[in-house]
Design a protein. Sequence first.
Length: 271
Amino acid sequence: MNLREPSAPAFGSLIDRLQLRLNASATAATREWWTKYLRGAASFRGVKMEDIRTAVHTWFMEEQLGEYLSVAQQKDLALMLLEEDHTEDKLAGVLFLQEILLPEGALDWRSELPRFARLFDEGYIRDWSICDWFCVKVLGPLVEQQGESCARAIAAQWRDAESVWQRRASVVAFANLARKGDQNLPGFSEMVLDTCSHLLGSQERFVQTGVGWVLRELSRSDQGRVMWFVEANLDRFSREALKNATKYSPPEVAERLLQAHLPSGNRSRWR
């Protein structure tokens, strides 16, 4: 190891110094708003996203991390941030991956996806907020950069995961891409619909709403196919997911599907 590279304990010191920067921008009002919005499901310092972004980039430059850390160490450090308790620290790790490492071509889906999966397996990604930020800021851009094999690995391998959040990620990873449909890659829409069909076997609320979200976006480019899929699987949707999936359909179509949908059991409480 280069003598100027930090030892393992020094990684903790680097994180400590970033956390000091985050705390300097924290407010009680922001913390209380996010805590209430997430209903206590996540821990917050009270820092806005733009302040997190500023803190990460300033920290990276002033600590000269690009000079003194290898790419492998930078990736380790980003994932260590995602293992911290506060959401802002996790978002710092997300931004590190998305805005510093990904543009440099430092991520390879073959090696990174198993490491990302561990974050779900070990409970570091455990609420919808950080799950969705990770999906739209890391997984989606990774698919855009690295193509079909990456997309199909996420869709096929993650949809059966034990973690509800990893199963949600198997479709939400494509939420920002879905509006372009098959312009993304050959068979994109079919891949997404197949994953949605698989996930509709679950009555977990956040799995269902993940399906509704990606179908809503896919309907921008392939509305006829999405409406056919929704109608064919109508009794498998929660009411909440159905409303989301049909948001951009003609009002008369959405109303007909909602009238035909008869929620029962657990579905009724999601109306």
